[in-house]
Write a protein that binds this ligand. Sequence first.
Ligand SMILES: Cc1cc2nc3c(=O)[nH]c(=O)nc-3n(C[C@H](O)[C@H](O)[C@H](O)COP(=O)(O)OP(=O)(O)OC[C@H]3O[C@@H](n4cnc5c(N)ncnc54)[C@H](O)[C@@H]3O)c2cc1C
Length: 460
Amino acid sequence: MSFRSYKDVLKYYMRSERANLQGLENSPYRGRKGQVYVEFVPTRTKLINAFLEAGRILGHPTVDYNAPEKLGFGYVQTTTRSGHRYSVAKAFLHNHKGRRNLHILPSSIVTKVLIDPTSKTAHGIQYVRNHLKYDVRVRKEVILSAGPIASPQLLMMSGIGPKENLNTVGIPVINDLPVGRNLFDHIAFPGIIFKLNTTDVSFIEEKGATLQNILEWLQFGEGILASPGGVEGIGYIKTSVSDDPEEVPDIELISIGGSLVSDGGPHGSKAARRGMMISENVFDKAFGVIDNTDTWSAFPMLLHPKSKGYLELKDNNPFSYPKIYGNYLTDQKDVRTLIAAIRHVITLSETEPFQRLGAKLHRADYPACRGLVFDSDAYWECAIRTLTATLHHQIGTCRMGPVSDPAAVVDPELRVYGVQNLRVVDTSIIPRTTSAHTNAPGIMIGEKAADMIRSTWKNG
Ligand SMILES: Cc1cc2nc3c(=O)[nH]c(=O)nc-3n(C[C@H](O)[C@H](O)[C@H](O)COP(=O)(O)OP(=O)(O)OC[C@H]3O[C@@H](n4cnc5c(N)ncnc54)[C@H](O)[C@@H]3O)c2cc1C
């Protein structure tokens, strides 16, 4: 039982999925009986049609990007049920609250895993609830699923991690492992924005946030509010910078029925700008003149960054945030790949489907990039370094690998090396970057781990 191949993991993706995708009813790659609802977005602008058409003109077929085709463009698919978000908490916790063998303790923070330092065996966890500390003992094993930041933090709080960092913060070392050292993330550049000479073709928050639209969404799950932040299409491309011998993408394009400026204006939420931590000053200088107008954009997301980060403990207080070093764009190849992707988006905008809508690249005036020739590589590098947005796809901080892998923290059955009765089951175990977002891989890991755990304890 391992995660080695597409075939190994496909059945677990399918097991979790309840796909309701028009046109893909007979796809052998999509699950229909799982717990997580997957749909197309019910509301579409003309911009998604232009994106798919432009893609086909440039040789990118329209595909189901959640099937074996690795390259191509498609309509975005979301974990929603009738236009309403369907989270993993809803699917796997809320629906099973009544089970006698499931105890959910809300507002409880785990502070460490209890491990016997002599036998190196996990025997429970410690948690804090309402300022009180509790110990819970386990009969079989501890499964840590706190995510790619908190799982490594908890391992380190419990004495499993790089000995230099643990010694510095005063935590006795139980096992010296490279916890937190293999941090990868997906970053994107949201700053390629095209003005349109056609009005009412894109999502604009101020126009869309009406009582009628709210009621339409609440009642029927339709309308502008059913859109996942304006995302309409996904495209996988391989740029000329890639030296991968296989036909695998190095960039994902996220096509938006609008752009960063679509939620601006005097009453706009500016959620996109604020979520990406773009300062008001930079935003106003770069995009102020097109704020709240009809636009199209496609964010290139770097799928397989060469730049690697890490995280470590700041101190031995479990409530302190760990120190995270993203090290984004420290490898120049990542910059070159993003620039190649930007140029490809510009080429897409020059095709007839976008020209019908009058698409014209906006010349963003970033304060830090003044003096650089617009559209030169130096300008784009500066722009990318100014607007680097994380998609929060952190992985790899409790890397899974064989015993021969010096970077591995857990074995292929997700058991922490050198410690008995302790598994990590979340996206922190993903050893290398995926050509996809990380939510579905996280669910697949959970499904597969369930089989591993059942198999371990099948005899009691
Ligand atoms: C803003 C945002 C947007 C995203 N959008 C997308 C998207 O559109 N598509 C996509 O595929 N992915 C998306 N992702 C990424 C995706 O959500 C994550 O990759 C995925 O949720 C990771 O799953 P996980 O189980 O590893 O960790 P998590 O989902 O983080 O689960 C860890 C859980 O452990 C809990 N926890 C942590 N520490 C403790 C503790 N000490 N005690 C008790 N409980 C604890 C947390 O509260 C959390 O519930 C997004 C992430 C973010 C943050």
